[in-house]
Design a protein around this ligand. Structure first.
Ligand SMILES: CC(C)(COP(=O)(O)OP(=O)(O)OC[C@H]1O[C@@H](n2cnc3c(N)ncnc32)[C@H](O)[C@@H]1OP(=O)(O)O)[C@@H](O)C(=O)NCCC(=O)NCCS
Length: 171
């Protein structure tokens, strides 16, 4: 149940000073893998142009980290999506995905990829509904396998590919 007011929400590029708050938010959003704080600092600096932070007044309530896949400039990879419990169910994650794709940095982007474990229903719903809303195709296949890649320590991660789409008015 959401208890944040739409008007109070502000979405912007993260800055390195947001890294510690991002670290806390990710820790509060299982099943996301917590990263090191150093990793969150890099997301908020080197990956800032393709990441977004959402604030309710001065509190961080949402964060997406992403990057353009180095040898595929048309593909935005979404690394992690986190929305604090009090801010869920109001379309914030969807809004943050749109926000990144519409940035000038993403003007060549026609596809989005992410990975999702089979049991993360909220994440499947987020990306499948996003694709549905923009009228893009969705395909999926295993990218990182439980045994081959995770030595049995983590569920398989399915690569979800959305596209083609043209959402960037700068393109
Ligand atoms: C997944 C998560 C980011 C969704 O955030 P959110 O702001 O509530 O998502 P939205 O409101 O934009 O919802 C997008 C769609 O997914 C659906 N959805 C969201 N959570 C859902 C759930 N738990 N079960 C089923 N559907 C769900 C919504 O109904 C919506 O569909 P609609 O437009 O048809 O109504 C949030 O629940 C979260 O942070 N979870 C923990 C971390 C995680 O699993 N992250 C994703 C892995 S990358």
């Amino acid at each position: 149940m959401t208890n944040i007011k739409e008007q109070a929400l502000a979405l912007r590029r993260p800055v390195s000073e947001d890294g510690a708050a991002v670290f806390q938010l990710i820790r509060q959003c299982p099943p996301l893998d917590p990263n090191s704080l150093y990793c969150n600092l890099l997301q908020c600096s080197h990956f800032a142009a393709t990441s977004v932070a959402a604030f309710d007044t001065d509190q961080l309530v949402g964060f997406i980290s992403g990057y353009i896949i180095p040898d595929r400039p048309n593909t935005l990879f979404i690394w992690q999506v986190a929305v604090g419990e009090t801010a869920r169910g109001s379309g914030l994650a969807t809004k943050m995905l749109h926000h990144i794709v519409q940035r000038p940095t993403c003007q060549a982007v026609t596809h989005m990829e992410t990975t999702i474990t089979q049991d993360n229903q909220a994440s499947w719903a987020l990306f499948e509904r996003f694709a549905d809303k923009i009228g893009a195709e969705v395909t999926s296949s295993v990218m990182f396998d439980r045994d081959t890649h995770f030595a049995g320590e983590h569920d398989s991660e399915h690569r979800v590919k959305i596209g083609p789409f043209h959402l960037n008015s700068e393109a």
